[in-house]
Each structure stands twice: as structure tokens, then as C-alpha cells.
Ligand binder design. Sequence first.
Ligand SMILES: Nc1ncnc2c1ncn2[C@@H]1O[C@H](COP(=O)(O)OP(=O)(O)OP(=O)(O)O)[C@@H](O)[C@H]1O
Ligand SMILES: [Mg+2]
Length: 282
Amino acid sequence: MNATETAVTSTEPQAGGVILHPARGKVIAITSGKGGVGKTFLSANLAAALTRRGLRVLVLDADLGLANLDVVLNLYPKLTLHDVFTGKCTLQEAIVAAPGGFSVLLAGSGMVEYSRLTPEVRDEFLRLMAEVVPRYDVVLLDTGAGISDVVLFALSLASEVLLVATPEPTSLTDAYATIKVLATQQQRDRIRLVVNQAARPGDGRVITQQLQTVLNRFVSPGQGAGVRLLHMGDIPVDPAVKEAVMRRQLLLVHTPGCPAALAVGQIAGRLVDTVLRAHTQA
Ligand SMILES: Nc1ncnc2c1ncn2[C@@H]1O[C@H](COP(=O)(O)OP(=O)(O)OP(=O)(O)O)[C@@H](O)[C@H]1O
Ligand SMILES: [Mg+2]
């Protein structure tokens, strides 16, 4: 059982008299080994795509310290996670509506006090997750890159990890390092992979196989079961992505028919089929 499941179960009975089902919320962390590979772009657009499929989605800016989800979504948050943590506002007040119809909880940038995982940050985060997870079908955590203790803590809260990598050798080496830590320290036996900025169709499948081969040789979580990489799709290099970011718009709104937007839609579909199906049927 991971930290979120523990936290959620502990608040299971009710909120405002409504019985909450602890299994309702799925937490999917979007992470990467190397920085700047497209996590925030994917988090925001995946949230929009999942919302279109009828799910209640919250994106939580878990890149504490260097948050920039607000920039991508063109939001100017008055209240952030910081204000929730310090008791200046309620959680409900800090959750805002994003252009794609989903909810966001922004972290605010430059919060040095949250770039380190102190017991206070840990406890506040656990409390927060226990409150939000049961209220949504899916909570996406847009994490920072790498394997710092804050990132690893955020990943420990997730039922599924969606790792973003580009075909660059540096990105793949860092992706391998992340998978290795998740398998050995968090006993993850499956990790979902998205290859972003793919140059050719089929890149992602080949990369997944190559990484899997190395993992089979060198990494085993706990009792030798091995870690399985699940390829969730590729997103091609697409100039429309940069244009949308420059205009601070969702790609799915700016250029819904472009190759990268279609690819994000397909990944959303696969997530629904493999991770979220029970929720859409419920
Ligand atoms: N498929 C793509 N095609 C073209 N450009 C892309 C693509 N994906 C991402 N980019 C470019 O990469 C930039 C960085 O993306 P993003 O901010 O989402 O990365 P990140 O992984 O969240 O970075 P950080 O590690 O700093 O949080 C985008 O602003 C965009 O210009
Ligand atoms: Mg980011």
C-alpha cells in the first residue's frame, strides 16, 4: 500500500456528510529523469483530453519550488498550495478552474521552503492528498524532474507512474536511473512510458524494448519479479507545441487536429482503457 492509499483510507468515512469511496481517485504522477522533456505540457493536455472523456480531473503542480503549470495554462493564481499549507486559505479556495474544464491546484514558483522534503511538507502533502483524491476520478501530479527526495515522495503518492522521455541518449540514461530507483526503493513493478518529441513513428516502441532489455539484466524490485515498462504512446516533435506554449494555450485548444494533439488524445484513451476504465463505467 502506498502513502496515498494509507492517507485516503484514514479519511474514508466522510466529508460534509457524504460518504466517500476510497477507491474512486486514481493518482497518476507524470515524471521524467531529465528536465524539460514535456511533463507540464503533457499533464495539462492530458487533463484536457481526460476531461473530454467525462472524467473529473485535478492537476496538482507537484513541482514544488519550480512550478510552471500556471504559465502553460495562462493562470495568475492568487492562492496556491503555499497558502493552503500555511492555513491562509482552504483547499477549496486554492483549487481553480483551468481552460480545459479541469481543476488545478498550483504551487507557485520560487518557494524555497518546499524544495526540500521536511516532515512538515510531507505531512501537509499527505493531508492534502487525503482530501482531494476521493473527490476526483483522477489526480495528475506534474512532478519535477530527477530523483530528488521531493520528486520521489510525490511519486510514492501515485498509483501509476507515467514517465516521459525523449529519444535523446541523455534523457534515456536519466529515465533508466529513475526507473531503477522506483523499482528498488518503491518496489514498483510497472512503469508507463511516453516517448515525447519522437522523430519517427515506432521510435517509442524500440526505445521501450531497449530500456526493458537493460532493466531485465540489471534491475529487480525486491524479490526478483522484475520491472515492466508499458509503452503508452509516442508524441511526435510538432512545431504547434511550442506555438501553443508561447501563446499560453492548451495544444488541444490551439491546434486540436495537429499530430501532437492527436497523440495526446490517444494516450488519454489508453489510460482510460488500462487504468481508469472502472471510473468511466461507474
Ligand atoms: N512534442 C513536442 N514537440 C515540440 N516541442 C515540444 C514537444 N514537447 C515539448 N516541447 C517543448 O519543450 C518545452 C518544455 O516542455 P515542458 O515545460 O512541458 O517540460 P517539463 O518536462 O515540464 O520541464 P521541467 O522539467 O522544467 O518541468 C515546451 O515548452 C515545448 O517548447
Ligand atoms: Mg514542468
